[in-house]
Write a protein that binds this ligand. Structure first.
Ligand SMILES: [Zn+2]
Ligand SMILES: [Zn+2]
Length: 387
């Protein structure tokens, strides 16, 4: 039996259990860095399959690393498993997690035959927008010794090289002074007005930024009562640009908008976070080509998506990985339209037959891509030489 058939046979024997795992994670959504159940279940599945598993790596209780095989080419498969506040698995990370385990099981079956080490990196908190799992794990050495990395991410439709842009999340706090809003308004310093001024300035700034820049946020504390001048307000904002370089240009302009709120009202401004941003995704062409061919073999072609091919999508900390080592991040379609990521309707789609099929196709296409990389002697040499 050839290596790809061997991997497929191993995947098929695990398929039902992986679908059950995906549905179980979906039914127990956990926020970033709190994914205790999901990370335990993933580690158990990998340990049962013979992987050596280390939990709580990099001082992150819900991060893990699992390894099988002893080949000289070490491929990393990233698993994400956090949910979104209030809307559960509306980004389908249950599918990412189960497909990562499936790919690893299948590739591990033939790892020594093709000279491969298969490493699953459990990467918490992809949705937090700053200092996330992969960024901290990169800093703390979890990716050391890995030659290339991959994952698949669910989306309404298949897209090989989504335009994934850089992003930075930060928190804003204004401190003013409380007072009776009617009897003694002149004694108050209105921290809610500071946010209003800042958001007005941001609205005007939008005319003068790149069309690919994004500024969006929420007010997390707008005050406590209408008859109390708000003494304390908070917000969370995300700014995005095509690249980290462009993001560095946008950042001070956005900060000045928040400073304007403080200046106009006399409130004090504190900014927190934004120090470990998400990088743009650099798709590795040769790896992406292998993945495309494997996906096509499984009956999952990548159609021409017109403007979607060049339009900015979201951001991911896989971008940071892609700046350090050859990486791919194909979007795998779950046939959810009109539902799209980060909608409750999308969450409902992440446990359908289409979602389960995406899990299976993504897992096998990744396992086969690992085999292709291992068996292509030129590619193997190039990947290993990068270290
Ligand atoms: Zn998301
Ligand atoms: Zn996501």
């Amino acid at each position: 039996m050839d290596a790809k058939s061997g991997a497929r046979e191993r995947f098929e024997s695990a398929r039902d259990g992986l679908i059950e795992l995906s549905h179980r994670i979906h039914a127990h959504p956990e926020l970033g860095f709190e994914e205790e159940k999901a990370s335990s279940w993933l580690c158990e599945s990998l340990a049962e399959a013979g992987f050596s598993v280390q939990r709580g790596i990099c001082e992150l209780p819900t991060a893990f690393i699992a390894r099988a095989g002893s080949g000289t080419l070490n491929i990393g498969i990233c698993a994400e498993y956090d949910c979104l506040p209030g809307i559960g698995h509306a980004c389908g990370h249950n599918i990412i997690a189960a497909s990562a385990v499936g790919a690893a099981l299948a590739a591990a079956k033939v790892a020594d035959e093709v000279g491969l080490t298969v490493t699953v990196i459990g990467t918490p908190a992809e949705e937090v927008g700053n200092a996330s799992g992969k960024i901290l794990e990169l800093e703390r050495g979890a990716f050391d010794g890995i030659h290339a990395a991959m994952m698949v991410h669910p989306a309404p439709f298949d897209m090989l090289r989504a335009k994934i842009i850089a992003a930075s999340m930060f928190e804003i706090h204004y401190t003013g002074k409380a007072s009776h809003a009617s009897a003694f308004p002149e004694l108050g310093v209105n921290a809610a007005d500071a946010l209003t001024v800042a958001q007005t300035a941001l609205g005007l700034l939008r005319q003068h930024i790149r069309p690919t820049d994004r500024i969006h946020g929420i007010v997390t504390n707008g005050g406590s009562a209408p008859n109390v001048v708000p003494a304390s307000t908070s917000a969370k904002f995300i700014i995005r640009s095509e690249t980290l370089d462009q993001l560095a240009e946008l950042r001070p302009r956005v900060h000045r908008c928040f400073e304007s709120g403080a200046l106009a009202t006399g409130s004090k401004l504190q900014l927190a976070g934004g120090d470990k941003p998400y990088a743009e995704m650099r798709h590795h062409d040769a790896m992406a080509d292998f993945y495309r061919r494997n996906s096509e073999t499984l009956g999952r072609p990548f159609p021409n998506l017109g403007e979607w091919e060049t339009r900015p999508t979201g951001s991911t900390d896989m971008g940071n990985v892609s700046l350090v080592m050859p990486s791919i991040h194909p979007m795998i379609g779950i046939n959810s339209l009109p539902a799209v990521n980060h909608q409750p309707e999308f969450a409902a789609h992440c446990v359908t037959a289409d979602a389960d099929k995406a899990l299976a196709d993504g897992a096998l296409a990744m396992a086969w891509t690992c085999i292709d990389l291992a068996k292509d002697s030129e590619m193997r040499k190039r990947l290993i030489a990068r270290q």
